[in-house]
Structure formats: structure tokens, C-alpha cells
Design a protein around this ligand. Structure first.
Ligand code: 5RP
Length: 229
């Protein structure tokens, strides 16, 4: 099975899980290639939900194309679930996210949800987070000072550029992304809090205090469900 087939399988598992929720609620939806599969397989069942809250402009466009009713996060107090992919996930459900640059909106929408349902293939499972460079969304003015602070923490920061250019990648919020390689994240909760204190950091792509509750992970033997909480 190739990675795309695995992404589809975990998306279908998450679809079945959210269709077991009471109808007429609003669902949170993530960003990325796995989340795209989830949007596509959920589309025929969109009437089960009164609407969806999206975590990026890209996901919103895809949802609208499928005819979902997309609601602003400011209009909801709580969501029964948020479904999204991850760049890495550890055995406790702590994640690195932000490979697609949507980490800030992802964290906001996830914070509204009672349950974070993570969907990924088993290449994303790691014993310790940090092999994938940790994305930080920052205020552009703070790029140099945040980079120095991350060097002091033992990382190797690199400003993310738009593919094929020397221009910074700009997020949906007007922020820049610094990808920090070389961190071995043995205490994700502590590191998330520490990085949150650095002036200019909008969001750190560590989802540790708010981790996955459920994981659907795809591998050679099919889809496995893991419950963390
Ligand atoms: C986007 C994200 C994605 O969830 C993460 O990058 C995984 O993406 P994919 O499903 O394409 O592997 O955090 O900001």
C-alpha cells in the first residue's frame, strides 16, 4: 500500500468515527494532504453536520468546493471533535504540526474541540519528537531574535521560503515560519511553554499540552486505533 492509500484509509476511519457523533453539530477540520482526504471522504455525508470550522484558507476552499457550510471559529464555543494530520506523533499523543504552515489556526480550532482525532500513516510515529524540524510561526520583525533564542536552546533554525524562491513563506495570518532542526524533545510540554515565552513567537508547532486524544494510524496491516486519554 502506498502512502496515499494509507491516508485514504485513516481518513475513512476518522469519517466513520465522526459519523457516530450526534448529528447537527459543528466539526473542526485540519489542513494538509491527509486532512484533504478526510474532507473528500466526508463530503457525501456533510449533511450530518450543521457546519464545519476550518483551520486554513486552503481547507476552506476545498470544503466550499464540496458544498460544506464553513463557519468562522468566532461563532462557535465548542466542537465535538477536530480531525487533522500530524508531522510527528509520540507514544503519548504529543505532536509536531505545521509542516503545511497552518499551525496557528490548527491550534485555535483544536482548542475548541472536546476531542483531537489525529490521522496519519505510521511513518509519522516516533519514540521522541524532533526528527521533523519544529515549525514556529513568528512575527516577521522577530525572525532574527527568535532564531537566536532557538539556537540557544540547541536547535538549528531556518526561515521557511516559498518553493523555488528566496522570499519568505507567508502564512494565512501574515506570519513567517522558522523550522528548527536538531531538537530532541524529551519534555514536549515544558518546551512548548518555554518557546511560547519568546517574544515574537505566535505559535509553536508542538501540540503537547493539547495533544491527540485518538489516533488512527495506517500501516502494512491496515488501520489501528490508539486512545490516549
Ligand atoms: C499543516 C499540518 C499538517 O497536519 C501536517 O503537516 C501533516 O500534513 P500531511 O497530512 O500532508 O502529511 O500540520 O500545518
Amino acid at each position: 500500500m502506498d502512502q496515499d492509500q494509507l491516508k485514504r484509509l485513516v481518513a475513512e476511519a476518522a469519517r466513520d468515527a465522526v459519523l457516530a457523533l450526534a448529528p447537527g453539530q459543528v466539526l473542526g477540520i485540519g489542513t494538509g494532504s491527509t486532512a484533504n482526504w478526510f474532507i473528500d471522504v466526508l463530503a457525501p455525508h456533510k449533511a450530518h453536520f450543521s457546519g464545519v470550522v476550518s483551520s486554513s484558507v486552503a481547507s476552506t476552499q476545498r470544503l466550499l468546493k464540496h458544498g460544506f457550510y464553513v463557519i468562522d471559529a468566532n461563532q462557535v464555543e465548542t466542537l465535538p471533535a477536530y480531525v487533522d494530520g500530524a508531522d510527528e506523533i509520540d507514544p503519548s499523543g504529543h505532536m509536531i504540526k505545521g509542516g503545511g504552515g497552518a499551525l496557528t489556526r490548527e491550534k485555535i480550532v483544536a482548542s475548541l474541540a472536546k476531542q483531537f482525532i489525529c490521522i496519519c500513516d505510521d511513518s509519522k510515529q516516533v519514540a521522541t519528537l524532533g526528527r521533523f524540524p519544529l515549525p514556529l510561526e513568528v512575527i516577521p520583525l522577530s525572525e532574527a531574535s527568535v532564531s537566536r533564542a532557538m539556537q540557544a536552546l540547541g536547535g538549528t533554525p531556518r526561515l521557511r521560503l516559498m518553493a523555488g524562491t528566496s522570499d519568505p513563506f507567508v502564512t494565512d495570518n501574515g506570519g513567517w515560519i522558522i523550522d528548527v532542526a536538531g531538537l530532541t524533545i524529551s519534555d514536549p510540554v515544558a518546551l512548548e511553554s518555554k518557546i511560547n515565552q519568546i517574544p515574537g513567537v505566535i505559535t509553536v508547532g508542538l501540540f503537547a499540552r493539547q495533544k491527540a486524544d485518538v489516533l488512527f494510524v495506517g500501516g502494512a496491516t491496515g488501520v489501528k486505533r490508539v486512545d490516549f486519554s
